[in-house]
Ligand binder design. Structure first.
Ligand SMILES: Nc1ncnc2c1ncn2[C@@H]1O[C@H](COP(=O)(O)OP(=O)(O)OP(=O)(O)O)[C@@H](O)[C@H]1O
Ligand SMILES: [Mg+2]
Length: 345
């Protein structure tokens, strides 16, 4: 017991949000110490076809679309699941080493927030890679729970709390009461699907193909979940599909709004269904307390207003939607005695 608290004192516990788009690491007393895109750049063709990791994070993301043939930039997590085990492990290992260095005398305890839908096998893989990366103890937590704690919702009380986490790969909804998940659902619609919808719309309407990063930039610059009153315009570059040459086009906010309709409707439907499935006592609480949103996707302009307009329930975005999940996970590690029930077995 004494030894354990001594170890706890010397080690720097870490919380990790292993996301489809971004991986964040939070360290007690230091805050968010790592915030990197979940991308790994690898070189093929070593001995026995082994892949050699060249870079991870933003360095790797910059290489996207700018690499010679022998190098590829991989997103090891897709649609909220692990698409490439080996590279997920490498990425975790490199990022943990980077923040942990040899600062501490003891190996850290680590809590990792994983997508709600990951399988038993994937959980084991995540746990093992953290152990291989030097973790002393590894805990896993589901995204809706971590998000609710990070958002400061009173999850230990007997009240219904509705949390909506819109990430790059998935949208997860959770209803939480008394430290337990009463209802949860995950769909593979998030920021990536929004980008795809914008690119498809522009291809159909302008015969121009734009890259996924351009689509994301359009979404962030002029995306809107409500019909724009005084529409803005921006220029975007792509490839003309008829003549095969580079082309610059002007895109209006109305077009992006229309393009985003389908993915947004899918998100609204997930919330509607959760409200329907929720036990009546708890839905009463949610009507009173509203819906809390986290995740990068919740930053889409007017998404809160759209949900309110469609479902008649007050909706708010937390102050720092990109960090809420990792901060919530970190709080669980700080209060592990009190919050032990919220970690995944
Ligand atoms: N201002 C903005 N407006 C709309 N979308 C945004 C904005 N800023 C970031 N995003 C989107 O947020 C997404 C990333 O969010 P986040 O980092 O929460 O995802 P993640 O946790 O990695 O994914 P997941 O939870 O699905 O595994 C990206 O799709 C990004 O384009
Ligand atoms: Mg996330």
């Amino acid at each position: 017991m004494i030894l354990d608290s001594l170890l706890g004192f010397f080690s720097n516990d870490l919380a990790i949000d292993l996301g489809t788009a971004n991986t964040l690491i939070y360290q007690k007393g230091r805050g968010v110490v790592c915030n990197e895109p979940s991308v790994v750049a690898v070189e093929k063709g070593g001995l026995g076809g082994r892949r050699k990791v060249l870079a991870v994070g933003s360095e790797a993301k910059e290489m996207l679309g700018r690499t010679p043939e022998s190098i590829t930039a991989i997103r090891p997590m897709k649609d909220g699941v692990i698409a490439d085990f080996e590279m997920t492990e490498e990425m975790l290992r490199i990022l943990i080493r980077k923040v942990h260095r040899r600062r501490a005398l003891v190996r850290p305890r680590v809590i990792i927030c994983v997508p709600h839908g990951i399988t038993e096998v994937e959980r084991r893989a995540v746990r093992e890679s953290a152990e291989l990366a030097g973790a002393r103890e590894v805990y896993l937590i589901g995204e809706p729970m971590a998000a609710a704690i990070g958002a400061g919702l009173p999850i230990v009380e007997p009240t219904g709390n509705m949390i909506l986490a819109i990430g790059g790969g998935t949208t997860e909804i959770g209803v939480i009461s008394l430290k337990g998940i009463v209802y949860s659902q995950s769909v593979r619609v998030g920021g990536d699907k929004m980008d795809e919808a914008i690119a498809n719309y522009i291809r159909r309407r302008h015969n121009v193909m734009i890259g996924e990063r351009t689509a994301e930039q359009l979404k962030i610059a002029i995306g809107n979940a409500m019909p724009p009153e005084d529409p803005e315009y921006v220029e975007a570059k792509g490839r003309d599909l008829i003549h095969g040459v580079p082309k610059s086009i002007v895109i209006s906010e109305v077009e992006v709004y229309e393009a985003l309709n389908e993915p947004i409707n899918q998100i609204v439907e997930v919330v509607r269904k959760a409200l329907e499935k929720c036990p009546p006592e708890l839905s009463g609480d949610i009507v009173d307390r509203g819906i809390t949103m986290v995740g990068g996707g919740s930053m889409l302009k007017n998404l809160d207003k759209r949900i309110e307009a469609e479902l008649g329930i007050q909706t708010r975005v937390v102050e720092d939607p990109l960090s809420a999940v990792v901060i919530g996970s970190g709080q669980v590690l700080d209060k592990l005695d009190e919050l032990k029930d919220v970690v995944l077995r």
